[in-house]
Design a protein around this ligand. Structure first.
Ligand SMILES: Nc1ncnc2c1ncn2[C@@H]1O[C@H](COP(=O)(O)OP(=O)(O)OP(=O)(O)O)[C@@H](O)[C@H]1O
Length: 354
């Protein structure tokens, strides 16, 4: 949702967090990126969330999270479980509810139902504690274009009270050291995104929430972004929650995937689990497809026409050679008979558009 106002932990305008409102805390305002300071003393056991699951192993857990807008759009009954240390790709077509979810996770929007726990701390009860180790980039970063990257970082560092050395650390982590002293107006979009992530890292978060960081990047920028996300998780132990509407972008970095469609979570699990959902099938082309379909169906095969020339046969007990023999003995001329593993892309398409 472009132009989300108030998408800051500092809660300008739209922050709707509950009684211990973030608006009342001393957390600094960081335009469109968030980086929070050390945790306060408050803590809440969230044992009532799925008590059989070890809460501390989950960076994010939501239960029944619901926020609907007039017209029925929004998100509904989200039960998200994001393991600590994961790169969690949060996928969904435009308008599926990704930004709404992220705003709920950051306390920028109040749910109508349901709860959020971050690192085991309930967001509604103790927002400061829950958000203490969270950095975020929501939509395009609002940077000071006339200042250098380093100066941009310095402005936020002072607000956070982070140590001065942290600037060089985040510049190093994000690969922005060499460009640090150039003015931001001369940066490419990819560099701006990396600087925005550097800003979000200033508070040394354990969890980084990124809303479509690959948007608008060229292929080289996307490769750089992937490398950065991998390194944040692998080398710095940061849980990365990253939204995208492009499976291909996420598939290459994510360990876990959540798929959202029309505000509901359609799949959640590891990328391996997602892959296992793509059952192989056999694609057939023959001179008389409708007769082939009848012959196969009579033999107990499950067939599904793909287009005017191709039939899909669900992989069953009969292998390709046997199917071929059956068809040829039935007087058909087979021009194409191959096993196909559907791509994750096609599964995503099914889940996202079915
Ligand atoms: N404040 C609001 N008032 C009314 N409707 C809203 C509001 N915020 C979001 N929506 C609607 O909720 C739905 C989900 O929007 P959201 O921005 O969360 O989707 P998204 O998956 O992030 O999409 P995109 O990839 O296009 O940013 C959309 O139909 C959107 O128009």
């Amino acid at each position: 949702m472009p132009g989300t106002a108030g998408a800051d932990i500092g809660c300008q305008g739209e922050c709707e967090t509950g009684p211990e409102s973030l608006a009342e805390t001393t957390l600094p305002e960081v335009p469109r990126t968030t980086a929070t300071s050390a945790p306060d003393a408050q803590s809440l056991s969230c044992g009532r969330f799925l008590p059989h699951v070890s809460m501390m192993s989950l960076a994010i857990q939501t239960r029944g999270l619901t926020r609907l807008f007039p017209g029925g759009h929004g998100v509904q009954d989200l039960d998200l479980s994001v393991p600590a240390g994961a790169i969690f790709g949060f996928l969904g077509p435009n308008g599926a509810g990704k930004t709404t979810t992220i705003r709920l996770l950051l306390g920028l929007l109040r749910p109508q139902r349901g709860e959020v726990a971050l690192h085991g701390h309930a967001l509604h009860a103790t927002p400061r504690t829950a958000l203490a180790q969270v950095g975020a980039l929501v939509e395009s970063p609002a940077l000071h274009p006339h200042l250098s990257g380093r100066r941009n970082l310095e402005v936020t560092r002072r607000l956070l009270g982070a140590p001065h050395a942290r600037i060089d650390e985040v510049l190093l982590v994000t690969g922005m050291r060499e460009a640090a002293d150039r003015t931001v107006r001369d940066y490419s979009l990819g560099m701006r995104q990396r600087l925005a992530i550097a800003l979000a890292l200033l508070g040394a978060p354990k969890l980084l929430i990124l809303d479509e960081p690959g948007n608008g990047l060229d292929p080289a920028g996307i490769v750089d972004m992937r490398r950065l996300l991998r390194s944040l998780a692998a080398d710095h132990g940061i849980t990365v929650f990253v939204s995208s509407h492009q499976l291909g972008e996420v598939e290459q970095v994510a360990s876990h995937v959540g798929m959202l469609r029309e505000g509901r979570l359609r799949f959640q699990g590891t990328v391996g689990e997602l892959r296992s959902r793509t059952a192989p099938r056999i694609l057939l082309r023959a001179d008389d497809l409708s007769r082939a379909a009848t012959l196969l169906a009579n033999a107990g095969e499950i067939v599904d026409p793909i287009d005017a020339e191709t039939l899909a046969i669900a992989l069953g007990a009969r292998q390709e050679a046997e199917l071929n023999r059956m068809l040829v003995e039935g007087g058909l001329q087979v021009s194409h008979l191959v096993r196909e593993q559907p791509s994750l892309e096609s599964l995503f398409f099914q889940l996202a558009h079915a």
